[in-house]
Design a protein around this ligand. Sequence first.
Ligand SMILES: [Ca+2]
Length: 205
Amino acid sequence: MSKKFVLMDHDGAVDDYLSVVLLMSMQEVETLGVIVTPADCYIQPAVSATRKILDLMGCSDVPVAASTVCGLNPFPVLFRRDSFAVDRLPILNEKGTIDTPLISEPGQNFMVRVLQAAPEPVTLIVTGPLTTVAQALDIAPEIESKIQEIVWMGGALNVPGNVSKDLEPGQDMSAEWNAYWDPESDRQNLANSNFDCPLSFRYHQ
Ligand SMILES: [Ca+2]
């Protein structure tokens, strides 16, 4: 069976690193790269931790790139500082060096280049805001044909959101952070593209 091509775009929170570990353990997937979007993290430790995790998983052939996009509503510092703690975990620092390559171009440009070069359409796994995807589509709209599907962990349909009013005054708990960080990019991705947007996810009440 041929492997499924995947490009991951995460935003550096604890669950994002666990998603990287899970993805690297999937034999049926070939991961073409990991992009870090500077949302629920500080970008330097988040990129560093991602590369160290790929080393630890024996996947140092998977390149990492740092996106340079910006969001309208920054994640709280309280959340973002976890990226420093993860980067300093002893298990990630025993080796003392990092082999996983860091791509010099911005993550959004890397996404364009990977999709253009891919031999067949690629699944994008996005566990942060959709902003890097939106910018990549702005740079090169033709890459839409190289995207098999976007699997996005974002938004809240039939459940409460997680943007609380104690952190964001005026919120009513309907917003979800990955969507709230950059709502315009969400609109652009969901409304201006030809992607199907299945709304039939299973959820727990
Ligand atoms: Ca995330």
